[in-house]
Design a protein around this ligand. Sequence first.
Ligand SMILES: NC(=O)C1=CN([C@@H]2O[C@H](COP(=O)(O)OP(=O)(O)OC[C@H]3O[C@@H](n4cnc5c(N)ncnc54)[C@H](O)[C@@H]3O)[C@@H](O)[C@H]2O)C=CC1
Ligand SMILES: O=C(O)CCC(=O)C(=O)O
Length: 527
Amino acid sequence: MYKVLVSDNISPKGIEILEQEADVTFNPDLSREEFLDIIGEYDGLIVRSMTEVDKEALDKARNLKVIGRAGTGYDNIDIEEASKRGIIVFNTPTGNTISAVEHTIGMMLALSRNIPQANQALHEGIWDRKKYMGVEVKGKTLGIIGLGRIGSRVAVRAQAFGMKVIANDPYLPPEKAAKINVPLLGFKEVLKKSDYITLHTPLTDETYHILSHKEFAIMKDNVRIINCARGKNVDTQALAKALAEHKVAGAAIDVHEVEPLPEDNPLLKYQDRVIMTCHLGGTTTEAMDNVSIAAAEQVLDVLNNGLPESPLNIPSINIQEYNKAKPYLNLVNKLGNFIAKWKGHERIEMIEAEYGGEVIGHDLKPFTTSLIKDILDPILDSRVNLVNAQLVAKERGIEIKESQISKPDGVNNIIRVRVKTNKGNYSVAGTNLPIGLRIIEINDFRIDLNLEGKFLVISYQDKPGVIGKVGSILGQDNVNIASMQVGRKSYGGQAIMIIQTDNKPSKATMEKINKNIELTDLTYLEI
Ligand SMILES: NC(=O)C1=CN([C@@H]2O[C@H](COP(=O)(O)OP(=O)(O)OC[C@H]3O[C@@H](n4cnc5c(N)ncnc54)[C@H](O)[C@@H]3O)[C@@H](O)[C@H]2O)C=CC1
Ligand SMILES: O=C(O)CCC(=O)C(=O)O
């Protein structure tokens, strides 16, 4: 049974799903040391934003196969280090979108109307309507940095309040912004024009301190800042200075540079103008259930050889595309297996995937990555999967080529795999027919066999009598031949024989063939 660790707080609904199929440890109170001590035992890990899954943790996670982020932002996970180790990482980015959007709008309104401060005062017995004078949002300009899932929904809601919404997002196709009537402007222009600025970017090298001294300096006086994205997007010291100088009228901050909030956070001095929540954007019953269920289901899927819906380190493929591509992925898998079993004992220097006909209509990258995995995984000691296949090939100096066959000969689809090893060049090609997958070429000789079953592959120098001798040895040893095909370049030249047998030839039979017939290669393999 697989072991799964859940080291952050997720809703019990996900735990219940996990417990049906895995041995689950749910402990959101682990210290860092305790986490590092036990992570090596687990096959799967589910985190939110509090567990740091960095290189140190991954070095100890020797059994880990999958990390599920129950939520959106994944800056607490070192994706590159996970990829090097072949660990699949995914997030559940849609489960808490609405909650984060509604929290942002709530924060903007609470900030404008001093709701938390007035509430606090009233609880302390103070009735002061003058002190808590607010401002309307209607007619004000809201500048959104990052117009993705959350940013775009904040935009639509703000427009409903009569706000003018502008945005900066260099990576967004302009049509998407146009669809919700939001002009996409340069970053500085948004800073200069906005009465409110709200951040909805992930934390990346580029967005770290995206708002700092320089940026506050060019903003309008009395601007209001909202941050429900990541704490490190805003330089807290610079924000405190801008508040002190009354450049910034107020701020609504859900996420913090250091979480939990340390006592010396400089924003704590501005209780009358800064409202803060403890990273609550995604904390609603609905969002917690959504991300917990999605993370649990996908961790189990991956452990059972499936693919997650939102992978962060493997090529993503949508489910319809996956279903259409499945027969070709199976073909790639069988051809890769064939090559690994046939030539895996030689040192592979190059792998080339050639695609022709109908296959070309699909995204070929997942096919090639899968092929590399299928060839290298059985050969290498280290785990090779879709996450690290390209990386492993590169590290081992294996050249990867991908090409297209413009006019496949007589078939409506073809995938051909060529490998170059330290001993020679080999190829095998297959096609997907309604009757099943067929192997249609071996070393460029035309053949036609079912791509499944037991195969004897024999390379030899063409001369009379070889086929008969092989046939009679197999016959004497009770190995039934289901089908046999031969190909040769020229009379007396290099030839290849591929035999499909009903039963596995014994070691003695293989030795007999080797001893009695002059061969260059004899391999038995099962696909
Ligand atoms: N406070 C909370 O509890 C929550 C916080 N979040 C945070 O919100 C972030 C955004 O979430 P989604 O909207 O779902 O992500 P998303 O990926 O749909 O949108 C992010 C947008 O930011 C844009 N972007 C990236 N770099 C940028 C840059 N340098 N300048 C301007 N735009 C840039 C992207 O093009 C994208 O459109 C997450 O990464 C997470 O950190 C998400 C959920 C809950
Ligand atoms: O998962 C969390 O800790 C809160 C939600 C969040 O920040 C996210 O989903 O990015």
